[in-house]
Design a protein around this ligand. Sequence first.
Ligand code: PMP
Length: 398
Amino acid sequence: MLDSDDPLRKKNAFNPILAAQPRTIFDVMSGLAREYEAVNLGQGFPDVDGSPDVREFAARSLMQDSNQYPPSPGLLELREAVADHYRRFQGLDLDGPSEVVITSGATEALMAATMALLQPGDEVVIFQPLYDAYLPMIRLAGAVPRYVRLQPPEWRITPEALEAAFTPKTRMVLFNNPLNPSAVVYHEEELRIIAEACVRHDVIAVCDEVWEHLVYDNRRHTPLMAMPGMRERSVKIGSAGKIFSLTGWKVGWACAAPPLAAAIAKAHAFLTFTTSPNLQRAVAYGLGKDEAYFAPPRLGFARSRDRLSDGLKAEGFAILPSQGTYFLLLDLAASGIEADDQTFAQRAVKEAGVAVIPVSAFYAEDPVKSVVRLCFSKKDETLDAGIERLAKARRLFA
Ligand code: PMP
């Protein structure tokens, strides 16, 4: 690395890892949606704010309580509330003060975990399609990604494919469940495959579970941490933004055994140090609610999913089943559309006025090019307009 051509050594050179990252596909498609005044079914956020009582709690707290730096690892009341929430909903036994670190969104929890737990040269097993932040984070830590490629329609994880990604340098598995963008909820059978590999190779699992409350049709989320042998080697990451449909809040957390949590808390202390106290208080209040509070929004999202899915099926589209998240996938090949996902997405936004996300953007290599992702956490009129415009897009490829 002493080569004078190494861009890291050039004066005034910017970070080459970040410089090499393309503009995110969400940015690109939302930009085009604005330019072409398209219906935006691309980026994943609800177009109606959720949880009015949690927002009111935050507003009151903003005026009544301290607005100064909270303790770096988070307010004790929120750390306890996260532990209590997972005890009640997922049967986990976490100790708030020593095993929960509050962060500025799940994004920061992921960054803190990769910074804290990886050393240069370590390898990280990740699954494609992958959430866009994972790769730059792994590379900024000096670590090397090893891919497990998942594909439609079932996106199954097999022991053979997983095993092939491990080497003696593997230090971490980074797993997202429920999986954005494929909208699959993995259950015990596949979690066991991952857990057994982590134990056999003695590695840490970072499990990004931000979609844990958005699982439909009576499914339950199973945390990877609950699998045999995983309690001491898992980092479970969550997001209040997703749980309460307030994606702009950026309040998240990492839960892990004390040595892992302490290392993550140290990284967090240097990344953002802390997170808005009023939002932390409001999230603690919201996490204290029971199933009766979380069920209606979940049912509302499932209804929106069905509205979009039924409308598209009536227009002749083939849809892959959406078990969780805000997303469903439209199978272009099975819908009789021969174009690849990028071509379809570009023409759909420019010529039919609807923005979608090509799933190939979630692959670092050997992409699946036959599906596009649609976000259904939108008002009925937005979904209906989206269906109409997607039908128009379909005719472009007839
Ligand atoms: N991980 C995944 C898989 C996500 O889908 C998202 C949000 N789209 C995040 C992390 C980021 O969560 P937050 O907004 O809490 O940082």
